[in-house]
Design a protein around this ligand. Structure first.
Ligand code: SF4
Ligand code: SF4
Length: 317
């Protein structure tokens, strides 16, 4: 069987498993990312996320993660629910959770499907070695997805796909087999600057560059300390993450809905008022966020965020 056929069979199987898109690129050191990434780290734009600077070389070179790696196979899985998203209350007095975190933890859902795809690949190709990743190792997932033709990296630093917008997760298989490779897509941001203009903290300090230490997602999810007071107002009603630079992106306006219901939002997390969140105790937190990505910020982190949002709501009354 030739490369083309292998690639096509795997592509079709990925779609059957519930992935919205799949792209193949040759594994190599990402030399073009090296200086940009080093500069970003040197400026301290990763904040307390030390894991971003650990394994610097591995992050740039997939052959250091999988010896003999020849290909990176990227997949996308959408969580876009346009109908539900329209119903999310945008009012300043309704606390909000980033859309990606409203459903089951994507790590588990995607990883089990990626393992299935890996097994299928072994059946088709034969003796293939490799690993699957979903945010679990130092992999530049957006860059690999871009190289695999799945979209372009927008000015808000998210991967954008003409059909899917940006409300999806990215995973990959790094394999020691060769495939038929895809071509990169052109940048379709054009003259648009909506994400830059809408960011309440000016975290997008120049097109395509985000300072994580100014981003609401960082403050409300990654930061373990108190949120700097000068950013409290800008946090608005976000108690976990922030979608503003994706919500305003025109490519998300007509993005196709997700087909995989496993990632659908839990309705009980949408449009709850501030009293509900303030009254949340540890038992209810455990029940509500069982198998949810929100656990990353822990109970104390979520409570810290709720306090900031409560004070913003009081100020706006
Ligand atoms: S997620 Fe929010 S705070 Fe972060 S860059 Fe986007 S708009 Fe700005
Ligand atoms: S809002 Fe505009 S500039 Fe920003 S990522 Fe979307 S298309 Fe690109």
């Amino acid at each position: 069987m030739n490369l083309n056929k292998h690639t096509e069979l795997i592509r079709q199987h990925a779609l059957r498993l519930g992935f919205e898109a799949i792209g193949f690129s040759p594994a190599r050191r990402l030399v073009e990312e090296e200086s940009r990434f080093e500069e970003w780290l040197r400026a301290g734009r990763n904040g307390t996320m030390m894991w971003m600077e650990n394994n610097f070389d591995k992050r740039l070179d997939p052959t250091l993660l999988v010896p003999g790696a020849r290909s990176v196979v990227s997949v996308l899985m959408s969580y876009n629910q346009p109908e539900l998203f329209k119903e999310i209350d945008q009012e300043a007095d309704t606390p909000r959770i980033s859309k990606y975190a409203l459903g089951d933890d994507y790590h588990d859902v995607m990883k089990s499907k990626l393992y299935e795809l890996f097994e299928f690949t072994r059946e088709v190709v034969g003796n293939v070695e490799g690993r699957v990743f979903v945010d679990s190792a130092p992999v530049m997932d957006k860059t690999w997805a871009k190289l695999g033709g799945l979209g372009w990296i927008g000015k808000n630093s998210n991967l954008l796909n003409k059909k899917l917008g940006s409300f999806y997760f990215i995973g990959e298989m790094i394999l020691d087999a060769k495939f038929e490779y895809d071509n990169s897509t052109a940048d379709h941001c054009g003259t648009c600057t909506r994400c830059i203009d809408a960011c309440p903290t000016d975290a997008i300090y120049e097109p395509y560059r985000v300072d994580a230490t100014k981003c609401i997602s960082y403050f409300t999810i990654e930061l373990r300390d108190a949120i700097p007071t000068e950013y409290h107002n800008s946090i608005g009603n976000w108690i976990y993450g922030c979608d503003i630079c994706q919500d305003v992106c025109p490519w998300n306006r007509k993005a196709s809905p997700a087909k995989n219901q496993e990632l659908f939002a839990r309705n009980e997390l949408v449009n709850r008022d501030i009293d509900f969140w303030e009254e949340l105790d540890i038992q209810e937190y455990r029940r509500l966020f069982k198998n949810s990505a929100v656990k990353r910020t822990k109970f104390t982190g979520l409570k810290r965020n709720i306090e900031v949002v409560r004070s913003n709501i009081n100020d706006s009354d």
